[in-house]
Write a protein that binds this ligand. Structure first.
Ligand code: 8YV
Length: 322
């Protein structure tokens, strides 16, 4: 019979995805997606990659038999999809299946940031409730806030729907106005930041959004401002954010993502007005399993039906090789 298709899996990967890859393909392990680690055998045999991202142009060029990169995650800023398209390599991601989970996490992070849930629980657990009495009143509230959403895609919309139920006003900034959406649209991020006091970043990473959240945007948000980031850390100038939190240019920040994960700047750790999570937006067993299934189903569909399930826009025109 024919040999199973070889799929390269760099580094640590989702267990459920690995189990399914092992059933349908020949899994080829590599410590990390580094061209220096690619063997002659891999050059010849590897036709697919399943990964958490981190596939650059050099890695794509190091694998001449490569046909598809199945990215585990909706964000694929760490995959060079333009270069993949140029080389005729398909890139897929995992949209939709994580939308509601990430929106849930966003709301949790927002409330935690404003109402100090972590600090209040720590007060209880440390015995301070008994020893010292009630936890202090939270300085901030969600009541009366007007929220700006930066990035009105699937997740941005799911966040907006939740916030509507909270009785908060909603506006947004996006590359383009979204047709049929009644929330107030701002053509610039600065305009949005000036109009609201709560800014939620759900925008994709990459060059177009690199350090878009800077000192100017944060001061436009203002002293009652709350900034929440569930998108990508690269979108934020973290030094400017730390400075804004320290000076009182904004009031508080809730962050699930960082520019250099898993490293978190000390200035953000030390600030009393930050709520920090270790990139857990989609990280439930339930949702990561659904993402794993979609990641592997893209590989199965590509090598079986010769079509991807969820191609990224950059590679939509890539055709399977004969
Ligand atoms: C990642 C994410 O998939 O989907 C995304 O864009 O950021 C996450 O869900 C996860 O961090 C695995 O790398």
């Amino acid at each position: 019979g024919t040999l199973p298709v070889a799929i390269l899996v760099p580094g640590h990967f989702n267990d459920h995805a690995i189990g399914r890859i092992d059933k349908a393909f020949q899994r080829v392990r590599i410590e990390r997606a580094d061209p220096a680690l690619v063997t002659a055998e891999m050059r010849k045999s590897v036709r697919g990659i399943a990964s958490f991202g981190g596939i650059d142009a050099a890695m794509i060029d190091a694998l001449p038999s490569l046909e598809i990169i199945a990215n585990f995650g909706v964000g694929y800023d760490s995959v060079d999809a333009y270069h993949a398209a140029k080389r005729g390599v398909m890139v897929t991601n995992t949209p939709d299946v994580l939308t509601e989970e990430v929106a849930d996490t966003t709301i949790g992070l927002l409330i935690n940031t404003v109402r100090e849930m972590y600090a209040a629980e720590k007060w209880l657990r440390d015995g301070d409730w008994v020893k010292k009495g009630n936890y202090c009143l939270s300085r901030l509230t969600l009541r009366g806030r007007s929220v700006g959403i930066f990035g009105m895609g699937r997740i941005g919309l799911a966040v907006a729907h939740r916030l509507e139920a909270f009785g908060l006003s909603i506006a947004y900034h996006n590359r383009r106005k979204v047709e049929g959406l009644s929330y107030e649209y701002h053509a610039t991020l600065k305009g949005l930041a000036e109009a609201v006091d709560t800014l939620i970043c759900v925008a994709p990473g990459g060059a177009a959004t690199e350090k878009a959240i800077n000192a100017e945007i944060l001061s436009a948000l203002g002293p009652n401002g709350v900034f929440v980031n569930i998108g990508r850390g690269s979108t934020v100038d973290e030094a400017a954010l730390a400075a804004a939190l320290k000076s009182g240019a904004i009031a508080a920040a809730g962050l699930d993502v960082f520019a250099d994960e898993p490293n978190v700047p000390k200035a953000l750790l030390d600030a009393p007005n930050t709520s920090l999570l270790p990139h857990v937006g989609s990280a439930s067993d339930h949702t990561r399993r659904a993402m794993a299934d979609l990641c592997v189903d893209n590989l199965i569909s590509w090598f079986g039906e010769r079509r991807p399930l969820t191609p990224v826009p950059e590679t939509i025109d890539v055709k399977p090789r004969a």
